[in-house]
Design a protein around this ligand. Structure first.
Ligand SMILES: [Zn+2]
Length: 274
């Protein structure tokens, strides 16, 4: 399987990735061996724990509590459906998210006041290369293709763009909140910088954070770099737009590094001939 055909098969609790991508992160030799021998590795979304490998018919446990793990059957069904049907990905249901928002004291009024919408996770994402930290970058197919084209075009102009982050799950965003809360930040302080879990554009697989070597990730100083000037002038050609310019209506801090891919607007209808 060519690397550019790799994908992440998503389900509510568990994600399946090409096992070879998980291998460098395996904590034990036995896990690394199992991951080397199977096409799929299954990972718990809430904390990234390796659960099992899957070869299309058999699960091989990487975790002794596998029998009690919720969401495995759904993950297997998702892999099987993805392999047999292909077709475009669909949005996963949002059930379960509200419970997590309740734990943060957030209700529907957050969406109303921020003007942000709930963003479902897609059922499948494409491998779009590696990010700055050598982690796989996952995006929906058209955004992955546009990102690779844009990165190549920038390089031809002597500009190096690197990905800092692409798709992130609801669970991942919740983890950001939990870590910051544990460090003593309030929910309101965190919301000035991070969208609430479920409301980040990163959940949909079309948004990414972009950086350039030598520049700290996700800092406003990015706007002074040649890479940012190139993006400001050229990103639109590839379908990318900055989501949070200065003084945006969502009350989100200016984010010159955050870009989202949008499908091309349909060509304006030609005026009726007279
Ligand atoms: Zn972002």
């Amino acid at each position: 399987m060519h690397a550019l055909d790799w994908h992440l098969v998503n389900s509510p609790h568990v994600e399946a990735l090409p096992a070879r991508l998980l291998r460098p992160r395996a904590r034990a030799n036995a896990d690394a061996r199992a991951l080397a021998q199977a096409p799929w590795g299954l990972r718990r979304k809430s904390d990234g724990r390796f659960l099992a490998t899957y070869d299309g018919c058999r699960l091989h446990a990487l975790w002794h509590g596998l029998a009690r793990e919720p969401g495995l059957a759904e993950a297997i069904a998702a892999i099987d459906a993805s392999c047999t049907h292909g077709g475009p990905p669909w949005p996963l249901p949002l059930a379960g998210l509200q419970e997590r928002l309740d734990t943060l004291g957030l209700d529907a009024s957050y969406g109303e006041t921020s003007g942000l919408a709930l963003v479902p996770e897609p059922s499948r994402l494409e491998f779009a290369g590696y990010d700055r930290y050598r982690r796989p970058l996952w995006l929906l197919e058209p955004a992955a293709r546009a990102w690779r084209r844009m990165q190549r075009a920038a390089r031809a102009d002597d500009i190096v763009l690197d990905a800092i982050s692409g798709y992130r799950s609801h669970d991942y965003q919740l983890g950001i909140f939990e870590r910051k809360l544990a460090r003593g930040q309030s929910v309101q302080e965190i919301l000035a910088v991070n969208a609430a879990p479920g409301y980040s554009e990163h959940h949909g697989g079309l948004a990414m954070d972009i950086g350039t070597p030598g520049e700290a990730p996700a800092e406003e100083s990015f706007e002074a770099t040649p890479a940012f000037h190139w993006l400001r002038d050229q990103a639109g050609r590839f379908g990318f737009r900055m989501s949070y310019p200065r003084d945006n209506p969502h009350g989100i801090t200016y984010e010159p590094w955050h870009w989202c891919w949008h499908p091309a607007a349909p060509a304006a209808a030609s005026p009726a001939s007279v």
